[in-house]
Every structure is written in C-alpha cells, then in structure tokens.
Design a binder for this molecule. Structure first.
Ligand SMILES: NC(=O)c1ccc[n+]([C@@H]2O[C@H](COP(=O)([O-])OP(=O)(O)OC[C@H]3O[C@@H](n4cnc5c(N)ncnc54)[C@H](OP(=O)(O)O)[C@@H]3O)[C@@H](O)[C@H]2O)c1
Length: 344
C-alpha cells in the first residue's frame, strides 16, 4: 500500500511571549505513514479524530530543562494533548478495529499507541451518544476539572455566593451550571458581550464583561463572595480577595493572565487570606479527577447529552491549530477550542 499522508503540528521553537503560528509551531504536510506495516508492538494504530486545545499547553512550550508538573514538548516532534481516536489496526485484545478511544495523542492524522502505552488508552462506550469532540471538552478533562474541584473544595451551602471568572469558557461555564444546580447565587465574568449573554443563558444570576465593567464595583454590589473559582489569577484574583466573606474558599484552577507574561502581579489584598480566614485550594485535574470520575461519567455526562447542562465548542481544522493555540492564549477563543483532525 502506498504511504498515506500523516500531517502534524510540530513544536518548532520555544516562544518568549504569545505562541506564533508558523514560528512556535509548524504545520507539516509532508510526513507519511505506512498504515499496513507500521509496527504496533502489541498496541493499536489510531486515526486521530479530535484533539483538545487547552490554555495549559503554553506551559509545555518551554525549554525542556525546566521541570514542571507536565512534560515539555520536544522541539521537532508533534504537539500532543487529550484526544479521541478510532482504532484502525489492533494487536491488543482489549481494542477492536472501529473502537473509539480517549487518550493523550499527537496532533497528527494517524498515531501508534504501542502495547506499553495502552494503560493511557480508554475505550469510550458513548452510550449517551455525544459527539466525539465533547469527550475532549465538557465530557473530558475540562469537564472533570469543573466537576471534581467543585465537589472537592467548594464546601458549598445552598444560598451562598460564588464568583466564577472566565465564566463562558470550557471550565467556567460548567462551574456556573454546577453551582446553579446546587442552589448558589452565581456571579460570572467574561471578556465579551456574547460571552455575557451565554453566561446568562446558562443561569448566571449576575453576568458582566470585565473589560467594560469594573469587577470591583460588581463584587462590592453583589458580594461578599463565599467561593471564588479562579481561572485567571492577577488583578481578578486580587479583586476577588478584596470581596471574600469570612471563611471563604478560593478554588485556584488556573492563572491564564500570567501564562505569557514575565512580570509577576503585585497583590494588594493578599492580607485578607489572614483577616478573613480564607482557604486557597490549588489543584491539577489528574490528581483529583480519578476520585470523582465514576460519578462524573454516571451522573454528569448524561446531563450534557440530554441538554440539561449546556456547552459550546469552537472547531478548528488541524492545519490551523497554530492559530487556535495563539487565540486561546490571547483570550480570543469564543468557546471550548477543539482541533478537528478527521470526521470519523
Ligand atoms: N488546574 C487544572 O487542572 C486545570 C484544568 C483545566 C483548565 N485549567 C485552567 O482553567 C482556566 C480556564 O481553562 P479553559 O480550558 O476553560 O479555557 P477557556 O476559558 O475555554 O479559554 C481561555 C479563556 O481565558 C480567558 N482569559 C481571561 N483572562 C485572560 C488573559 N489575560 N489572557 C488570555 N485569556 C484570558 C479568555 O476568556 P475571556 O474572554 O472571558 O477573558 C479565554 O477565552 C485556565 O486558566 C486553565 O489553565 C486548569
């Protein structure tokens, strides 16, 4: 059989600021794969269908000598992330041709998961019949992030007030809906009027555009806050600190405002951690997700399928993944960013 095209997004250069398509990453269309003969070593050959584009990928675009919780990308090799693929060849009893799987896969059209890597591959039964792309979003890592950290750290009581930054995003929009179902008053912030409208649609009691409205003024009027879900860090976290209730809980999910900058933010309200007996809970999904995973798939994922919990996606073809990566880092994505490699 003639070699088949296997284009990929290659990590080309460590960025100093925002990642640039064509410089930080390159779309390489000249790679090929021999689908019939490529060695599987007891594993599977997958056709990659969708790959997630997440803010944390910026942290993997670093010099490999710098240690972190997640491995650095290798210069000259494809990027990789949470993904869904379909089995096209298999040497593993547990996986049949045609099975759909979730795994950590390369940004390329076909990829081999050898036998030694199969513990990272999970068969998706998809009894609820969701589109495969949702398994890298609301029914994947971002969904597990919202669900597991909310249940692990919020200690929410009905009637309390939660503030969610980046409230229209992949994680934030689910936190808003989980908190509303839990009987909380929800305040959400986001960076455009379209995102504000979406936050209202999914039940936020107060939704505002932090680029045109003062976060401090809104929180002074609608707070104090019992729980702050922080996706942003920096000035927004500082404002939230200034409006926390005594015994408030801050869930430190991410700090996207600092992913592409060099200067650290100087906090003004940090002493309130002491004066208001606040607890701060940072976490990484892979460390707490497994504890909540069974309940997440049994109770939460069906709510995505029956429409009780809503999600939005922004799809980009593989060739344009570099631009989608730049957009998410600059806050220009309008919804959960998904790279579509193939339809099925
Ligand atoms: N701890 C974990 O295990 C874990 C897991 C998943 C995600 N996270 C974190 O959760 C946060 C949200 O992730 P997500 O996947 O849901 O992303 P997302 O919301 O779908 O996309 C990123 C959004 O961040 C917002 N943003 C706010 N301030 C920004 C700034 N200064 N520069 C650029 N963007 C800014 C933008 O929305 P606006 O227009 O509303 O500003 C942008 O659309 C991120 O910080 C991420 O790193 C953490």
């Amino acid at each position: 059989m003639a070699p088949t095209r296997n284009s990929a997004i290659i990590f080309n250069e460590v960025p100093t600021g925002y990642p640039e398509p064509g410089k930080t990453t390159i779309f390489d269309e000249n790679r090929t794969i021999d689908l019939e003969n490529v060695p599987l070593n007891g594993g599977v050959l997958l056709k990659v269908l969708v790959v997630s584009n997440d803010p944390y990928l910026r942290g993997k675009m670093r010099d490999a000598s710098i240690a972190s919780y997640s491995d650095a990308f290798k210069i000259g090799a494809p990027l990789s992330n949470f993904a869904v693929g379909r089995v096209v060849r298999s040497e593993a009893e547990a996986f049949k041709v045609g099975d759909h799987v979730a795994s950590f896969l390369n940004f390329e059209e076909y990829t081999v998961m050898p036998g030694a890597a199969l513990s990272w591959v999970t068969k998706l039964d998809n009894k609820v019949n969701l589109p495969w792309s949702v398994y890298v979003g609301a029914a994947g890592m971002p969904g597990r992030t919202a669900y597991s950290a909310y249940h692990e750290f919020s200690k929410a009581k009905k009637g309390e007030t939660i503030f969610v930054s980046t409230g229209a995003g992949a994680v934030g929009s689910l936190v808003i809906q989980i908190a509303k179902r839990d009987g909380l008053k929800v305040i959400g912030s986001a960076g455009s009027d379209d995102k504000v409208a979406f936050m209202k649609e999914i039940g936020a009691d107060v939704a505002f555009n932090y680029k045109t409205t003062s976060t401090d003024e809104i929180l002074a009027k609608e707070g104090p806050i019992d729980i702050y879900w922080d996706n942003v860090g920096g000035a927004t976290l500082d404002s939230a600190l200034g409006h926390m209730n005594v015994n408030g809980r801050i869930i430190n999910c991410g700090m996207i405002s600092a992913y592409n900058t060099k200067e650290p933010y100087a906090f003004k309200n940090i002493m309130r951690i002491v004066t208001h007996s606040l607890s701060l809970n940072g976490f990484i999904e892979s460390r707490i997700g497994p504890k909540h995973s069974e309940k997440f798939y049994r109770e939460f994922v069906p709510l995505l399928a029956n429409g009780e919990v809503k999600y939005r996606e922004e799809k980009t073809p593989l060739a344009e993944a570099g631009e989608a990566i730049r957009k998410i880092q600059m806050g220009e994505n309008i919804a959960k960013s998904v790279i579509v490699v193939a339809e099925d």
